[in-house]
Design a protein around this ligand. Structure first.
Ligand SMILES: [Zn+2]
Length: 400
């Protein structure tokens, strides 16, 4: 065991036990009953607070939020929800907003203060903005590297086939430092599932990176697209590296059809991201989990052109997932919590995650008796530790 630099005493773990957590070089080196470890370094008394792993914010858009900027009233679509029209509204709003780096920092501070220690953000890469947004967000990621770990997805917000030059831009985005290749409604947006997925999986295979595709299409069209994504994932042996975000279509299926889709997703190693969206059908979280599908979550849009909601709180997100899923028992509430912690870590392929010896010391303290209570009460007054250092307390990010 390495010499303990910081000993966190009286931490209440999820099983109710009170432990001392020893940290050295940013990692957990011991977890033992309180009082059994003698440390020479700093001692931080946690006063029986519930200690949980840092939250995984698995889907957010750092480039498009107006959080912390002037309030921009939501403009409804002319004729029901239309992704094309929403993209056009977004371009109008972005032109009047504060600089992207300023807005991205505000959103990051919000997420970190609420307890997220890991994040996956989609960033627009397409013919309309080129690589400019990615350049900005890459620089902000570098600034925040001691506070939160961030994966970036090259996201073709204007389509891949419909937006000239986008296939080449996706390739350049990965070469520049984006971690995954994104996609957007291959059928309804680009009108060609095969050609859209040819580009997404082609770039991913070339660079050996993962895929995370936005799929809003519902019903059989959504299911058909999911089947094609699963087929590609299996053909390229990319199980565990592919996500379908939203997958609203899974919420439209009969139980039998949903079970078949779940078996296919589990067998293919394709994860599902859901944010338990407002009034949309959304994936059946319990059914998918019981089939072995990794289901994780994210805030998605925070106060942007798509909707005015979002607070960057993944604990609050667990409550929404549980609420919309009809989760009442303690086991169900724990499952909702798992979606924003361990399952998120699995989907993002995070190494060294969790409250265990050898993992990075990324954790959050909560004023709650246990995890089920934390999910329903969403307590504030949290302390957030990244690599054993206090990075946020009571809703504010601390620097130094
Ligand atoms: Zn999104």
């Amino acid at each position: 065991m390495s010499a303990i630099e910081t000993l966190f005493t009286r931490a209440k773990l999820a099983d109710g036990s009170i432990k001392d957590i020893g940290v050295a070089d940013g990692r957990i080196v011991s977890i033992e009953p309180t009082g059994s470890i003698v440390a020479a370094g700093a001692i931080i008394e946690l006063e029986d607070a519930l200690v949980v792993p840092g939250f995984v914010e698995g889907h957010i858009h750092l480039d498009t939020s107006f959080y912390g900027d002037a309030w921009i009233p939501h403009k409804p679509c002319t004729n029901g929800f239309d992704v094309h029209e929403r993209v056009a509204f977004q371009a109008e709003n972005m032109a009047q907003a504060a600089p992207m780096d300023v807005r991205a920092r505000k959103q990051l501070d919000l997420c970190i203060a609420n307890g997220s220690t890991h994040m996956r953000s989609h960033v627009m890469v397409d013919g309309s903005v080129g690589l400019k947004s990615l350049e900005t967000v890459l620089a902000v990621r570098q600034e925040y590297r001691g506070l939160i770990d961030i994966q970036l997805v090259a996201f073709p917000q204007s389509g891949i086939l419909k937006s000239p030059g986008t296939p080449q831009l996706m390739d350049e985005a990965i070469a520049m430092g984006a971690d995954l290749v994104g996609g957007l409604d291959p059928a309804s947006f680009d009108r060609d599932v095969e050609k859209h997925l040819d580009v997404v999986f082609g770039v991913a295979e070339k660079h050996g990176v993962g895929v995370d595709i936005h799929l809003h299409d519902g019903g059989t069209l959504g299911l058909f697209t999911i089947e094609q994504i699963c087929a590609r994932t299996r053909a390229l042996s990319m199980g565990g590296h592919v996500t379908v975000s939203h997958a609203y279509g899974l919420g439209d299926l009969s139980i039998d059809a949903a079970k078949r889709a779940a078996a296919l997703l589990a067998d293919s190693g394709v994860s599902i991201m859901t944010n338990a969206p407002g009034n949309h059908p959304f994936p059946p979280v319990a059914l998918l989990r019981s089939a072995g599908v990794t289901v994780f979550s994210g805030s998605d849009n925070i106060r942007d052109s798509w909707w005015p909601y979002g607070d960057g709180d993944m604990l609050g997100r667990t409550m929404m997932i549980g609420y919309r899923s009809g989760f009442y028992t303690d086991d169900e509430l724990r499952a909702a919590f798992d979606v924003v912690t361990e399952s998120g870590a699995r989907a993002l392929r995070l190494k060294d995650y969790g409250l265990r010896v050898g993992a990075k010391a990324d954790f959050v303290t909560l004023n709650a008796e246990h995890v089920p209570e934390a999910v329903v009460a969403v307590p504030k007054g949290r302390s957030v530790y990244k690599a054993g250092k206090l990075v946020a307390r009571d809703g504010a990010v601390l620097r130094n």
